[in-house]
Ligand binder design. Structure first.
Ligand code: NDP
Length: 327
């Protein structure tokens, strides 16, 4: 038997702590004893049922996890290997990581980077990995610290916290856009932002073009904020769009693209090819500081995951929530 969070949709949408038998696990080729999972925005949507992200019931949520292989018929993984998983619709379409055990396809797994513990991997989790993909996209487009400042929206959230921290480690001057303008100690002293911007400046409808204030941006908010981000991007700048915390809509104009040559790059972490994942995790292992990870994250037991999911969607959580599934 093993413990997990289980979402059902028979007599209404419910999420509860459950005990299941291993024979109920899906039939995939690698079994993983999970150490840690995390709570991401999407897990919040899945657990609360606020958005229809779960596509099959019953569902064990949890879009990421890290642990040890205990059974494998894969040529790529053997018993004892340390692995992590992000995305591939796990926790949406296939049973996920808010569980003590998971059975998954070998192609969904990534080997744990050398020198990283399973706990550190989940302190980074999908949020840190997505932030790394966004940073790498800006670098690939030729953005350097000499290009100018980089704006990060949703800066106190999981993706935003890592985006600020990774950019600052790479020497960029970072503007952190946030609703928590009083929390400068976290954004400036802990994460390395150089400026704080009130998110209300961007979250309402604005002009098609505004003063050129940043060379690049990582946006995890979408909606009017993304339109405002593009409008304030300097000539030839780059915006990496990776989230929708304000909304899925995008009420911008083409002005930034056709008058300032701004590029808008989409970031998807879920179906990302394996080579990009390995490259992102390799750079995360080089750039992340274990002491800072402890400040960005807090660890909760499995039985607190459901209330924490509600808090996450209510914007009450700063940084990352790691779930110790064995506690
Ligand atoms: P969090 O909830 O941790 O962070 C979101 C942050 O956005 C909040 O902390 C807040 O930052 C800001 N925010 C929330 N609501 C609003 C609002 N109404 N208006 C403006 N700002 C708001 O979520 P994550 O960091 O885990 O995820 C962020 C987004 O990225 C989500 O939409 C998620 O679905 C998406 N995502 C996408 C991935 C991909 O593959 N593309 C992968 C992972 C996440 P502050 O308090 O600083 O204002």
């Amino acid at each position: 038997m093993f413990n997990c969070i289980l979402i059902e949709n028979t007599d209404g949408y419910t999420a509860k702590l459950a005990q299941l038998d291993e024979s109920q696990l899906p039939d995939h080729n690698v079994t993983v004893q999970i150490d840690y999972s995390t709570l991401n925005y999407k897990d919040g949507l899945a657990i609360t049922g606020k958005s229809p992200v779960v596509r099959s019931f019953p569902m064990v949520p949890g879009i990421d996890f890290a642990g040890t292989v205990t059974e494998s018929s894969s040529e790529h993984y053997k018993v004892g290997d340390k692995v992590l998983l992000n995305g591939w619709s796990v926790g949406e379409k296939y049973w996920g990581g808010l569980s003590q055990v998971a059975k998954v396809k070998d192609s969904w797994l990534t080997p744990l980077p050398a020198g990283m513990s399973t706990k550190q991997a989940m302190m980074i989790g999908t949020a840190g990995y997505t932030a790394m993909l966004a940073v790498q996209a800006l670098l690939k487009q030729g953005i350097t610290k000499e290009s100018g400042k980089v704006l990060v929206t949703g800066a106190s959230g999981g993706v935003g916290s890592f985006a600020v921290s990774l950019l600052s480690k790479l020497g960029f001057e970072v503007i952190a856009s946030t609703g928590r303008t009083a929390d400068t100690a976290y954004l400036i002293d802990t994460l390395g932002a150089s400026e704080i911007m009130d998110r209300n400046e961007l979250s309402v409808p604005g002009k098609p073009l505004t003063k050129e204030r940043w060379a690049a941006a990582i946006d995890s908010v979408g909606s009017h904020t993304l339109a405002g981000v593009c409008a304030g991007t300097q000539y030839g700048g780059v915006v990496a769009a990776c989230g929708l915390a304000q909304g899925m809509d995008f009420n911008g104009t083409v002005a930034p693209f056709i008058l300032r040559g701004v590029s808008l790059i989409g970031i998807d972490s879920v179906m990302r090819p394996q080579a990009d994942r390995v490259a992102a995790w390799k750079q995360l292992a080089e750039l992340t500081d274990p002491a800072q990870l402890e400040t960005i994250s807090r660890v909760i037991p499995l039985n607190e995951a459901i209330p924490a999911a509600h808090s996450l969607l209510n914007g009450e959580i700063r940084g990352r929530v790691v779930v110790d599934v064995n506690n």
